[in-house]
Design a protein. Sequence first.
Length: 431
Amino acid sequence: MIQVENAALAETLFYDDLPGGFTIYILPKSGTLQKQALLAVDFGSIDQSFGGVNGYGQVQIPAGVAHFLEHRIFEREGRDISERFTALGAEVNAHTSFTSTAYFFSCIDSFGPCLDLLLDFVLESELLAEGLEREREIISREIQLYQDSLEWVSFFALMQSLYPGHPLGVDIAGTIESIRSIDEKILQACHSAFYHPANMSLFVCGDVEAERILYQVQNFVEKRKPLKRGPNRRNFGIDTGTIIGGHQEVGMPIHQSHLCMGFKDQRANLKGKDLLRRELASELALDILFGPSGSFYSRNYEKGLLDVESFGTEVYAEPYFSFCVIGGDAPQPEALEEALLARIRQAGNGDLIVRDFHRAKRKAYGYLIQQFDQVENCVTQMYSAVSRGAQPFDFLAAFEELSAADIGDCLKTWLDPSNYALSLVKPLEQS
């Protein structure tokens, strides 16, 4: 087991690669009550094909399979697995993203039994056949609920403009139509292909003993006999060039318009510390340009162009794609759009970035350090770094290397005012 110390955090990380490819990261935090473990599987909503695994040829799968499988995995032995965690005094949950599925629990006591249960129910290869139609109905209702969510509709309308014709523009849960074709055979094939130790990482944080956890996980993995697994190459075919989807408008029964502007990084396909530095640079750029402590925010709030409750920015950075989103409720959407673009053009000369760089960097660095104070946030940070091809403490190293030139480069190759997408959700009477 490899041990890594970080002086800035006064923390020690332990990690190891077990036989079969299973990777484990443990961050002990003495004196904390809460303990948490997260098991991540490299299988997300944009994985819509696979090949060369366990005897399967090239297989195309419907939208929503990763999310559907997440639901089905909780059904074991005729009961919801969460009931067994509750009996142990733990809370368990899961979520599916574009590129991965994560299963996690938190507890104060009974960590060992909870960890065994987490590994067992996720890795168990036999899925229950019964209850499939009931699950389909539940997910259908979930999709319908999201279709009534203003932010959700606006986000995926934007994604369809940023990545037209790509699974990134489809709801993570799929569509009502696509989940109709998901059956037991498809779910079983995807579990065999993706739910393999070589495609998983485990993250643990809390008042725990690293050696004991490693021994427990090693014993668990060795007792099982994972199915033979061949190469499963992920090929998402994501275009990082010019945005051709343009603008999309949607009508909903709302009182005020909601605007989202999106930019995709033309230097995508980075990974490791390079990707972390790129992500941090874009976050700082957006904070300097549009953050609540800046002149743009206060000036346009006073003008009535932006809503303080909903306006914000977000960066999504993955090894396969990177994009950022700016927006919120917009009483005057056309005026807000022009104000956002004017601000980006203004920043192009670099003076604004140089003037505010150190303040923004200190603020962001302090926030990152605070993330390692809480067990839950530590697990999230480790998971986030490793999913980007980096190590958990690499966020700090990337921050130390970050320069104003990195932010300037983001403005040139990411926040390009001539290459953006926009979604506008309007009240029905205006659409």
